[in-house]
Structures are given as C-alpha cells and as structure tokens.
Write a protein that binds this ligand. Structure first.
Ligand SMILES: [Zn+2]
Length: 305
C-alpha cells in the first residue's frame, strides 16, 4: 500500500484516488509546503465532506476545502491538487508562519469530533450515538466551555494507518512537520482534538529520522509526576496515578515551567499531556541529586504536578 503523485493527483496502489474538485482554492504554492495540518470534519462520510467542499452554492467568502479527506475505513477522497493552496487553515499561525494555507497540506479526517451528551450516551450530528467515545478535556479548553471530560469520537486504526501512509508520501515531498488545526488556531479550533494521538502519529511518521535522536527526559521525584491535560495544576489529570520516578518522556513543547510531553513505555508513546518541567531531568542525571531539594514533599501516595 503506497501513494504516489501524478500531476498533483494522488495515486494509491497504482489507481488514481477519487477526485471531487473543490472550487475554493488558491493558486500554486510559492514554496513547497513543509507542514501538514490534521483536521476532523465534524461530520459523516469522507464523500459527504468532499461534496460540501465542492458545493458551489456556498459564497466564496465562506468556502473551504482541504487537499484530502480520509474516511473512517481508510479510503480517501482528494479535493485539491497537492500543488495548489487549499482553504483549510483559516486565521492561523505556527512558529512564525502566519496564515498556514499558503504553507501547508490540509488533511481532513472523517470524524464527529466533540460529541454531545444525550441521555447516558455521547452522540455526533443527527444524534448518532458513538459506541466507545474517548472522554477527555481538550488541552486548550473544551469547545463547549465545560471543564469536565466530554466525549470525542475515536479514530479507527484503518484511518490512522492510511494517514500515516499518506504522510510518508508528503514527507518524501518535503513536509517536515505535522500539526493539528488546534495547534495553529488554538481556541478558535479544537480539531483534531484529544482523540487524535499526535505524539504517536509523529512517532510513526518521523520516528526513524528525528533530528533530536534520543531526546528524552525522565521523571525525577520519588513520588512520581502526574500527567495533566494542560500546563498548570488546575487542569485535569490525564491518569489518576502518578508516573513513577525514571519514567521516560519526550518533550514536545514548553509553556512557562510546564512541558507538553509524550510518555514512553519501552520507547513507544503511550500518553500525551503536561508535566512540570523542573521535575524532569536528563536520563543520565542521578535521581538522587540535589535538584529535588526544592521540590515540595508530596503527601504519601501522591505525585507532584
Ligand atoms: Zn480544522
């Protein structure tokens, strides 16, 4: 299973990918895009989203598009040629780049996103109940303003696998970074949200050739460290128990004293969230070192952060 490209059109296993052209596009990229942006559609099938992007009855000012939409079963519909700008990012910025449309490939994943509570269940549009939703607080705050965990539709393995496959092609074509819409337009956008494990995805796509090689830190306090959904103690714990001393984590970014990290087990990411950066050390750093002197003494059985 592999993707190739011919004249901007995706070819999968030798067959052209279904193409439903969107009129809501810009010109050619000034420079080959080096960023891919992951979205969820908030809706039904990939084809229904592709048809929405193709709907010429929408005013151009509110028209939108993405290069591809990937369905829950891993099938894919292309809407914009890979060498043309798609309108998927909106007002956005990332590491000094403002307005990501002109610099990125937009990948939509068919997914309801944040769900609504109905009765004892969680449902997407049209009250379609999602069987095993992920319950989580969005790291940038829930889109409905709530502060408790809400339901999110999980992404099936077939859909993730297809996205990894597509990214392999995009990486060959110069894409070096993958971000979520919620990374480049925080608060305004919440997709792909907590059900999308970006750390694990990045590992699968770029894992073999990360520049930072073995860039891991370890949990230092004897009581362990909690993983939280945001960068201070007001945010919910991602897991009820603390991660023990010596747990390896891979830092993703910093916010004040806190680091967003991917927690590793046997080198593979198992959870993503925030930890207090000053309680994380280099692997070779002795955990008995004086760095812990300033750490408050936690009550028995409790971790820090
Ligand atoms: Zn989006």
């Amino acid at each position: 299973m592999a993707f190739t490209v011919k004249d901007g059109r995706l070819v999968r296993d030798g067959k052209p990918v279904k193409f439903v052209a969107s009129p809501f596009i810009g010109g050619g990229f000034a420079n080959a895009p080096r960023i891919a942006v992951i979205h969820f559609t908030g809706g039904g099938t990939a084809m229904s989203s592709a048809n929405w992007f193709a709907d010429r009855s929408r005013p151009a000012a509110s028209g939108s598009s993405a290069h591809v939409v990937i369905d829950r079963d891993g099938s894919i519909v292309q809407c914009v040629a890979l060498d043309r700008v798609a309108w998927h990012a909106g007002r956005s910025s990332w590491r000094g780049v403002v307005g990501l449309n002109g610099h990125s490939i937009g990948i939509e994943l068919a997914n309801y996103g944040n769900l609504r509570a109905i009765g004892g269940a969680w449902a997407g549009p049209g009250d379609r109940v999602v069987a095993n939703p992920l319950l989580a607080v969005h790291r940038n705050g829930n889109p409905d303003g709530s502060r408790h965990p809400i339901g999110w539709e999980p992404f099936p393995a077939a859909q993730i696998d297809a996205t990894v496959e597509l990214m392999a092609l995009l990486a060959e074509r110069g894409v070096t970074e993958v971000v979520g819409h919620d990374d480049i337009a925080p608060v305004r956008k919440c997709d792909p949200g907590p059900a999308w494990n970006m750390a694990a995805f990045r590992e699968r796509v770029f894992g073999g050739r990360r520049e930072d090689g073995d860039n891991v830190k370890v949990v230092l306090p004897a009581a362990g460290l909690f993983l939280r959904s945001g960068p201070d103690v007001s945010h919910a714990k991602v897991r009820d128990t603390a991660f023990p001393r010596g747990t390896q984590v891979r830092p993703l970014r910093r916010d004040g004293d806190w680091l967003e990290v991917s927690v590793l087990q046997n080198g593979a990411p198992v959870a993503t969230g925030w930890m207090r950066g000053n309680y994380l050390g280099d692997p070779e750093e002795s955990v008995e070192e004086a760095v812990l002197e300033e750490a408050p003494v936690p009550r028995a059985g409790e971790g820090l952060g």
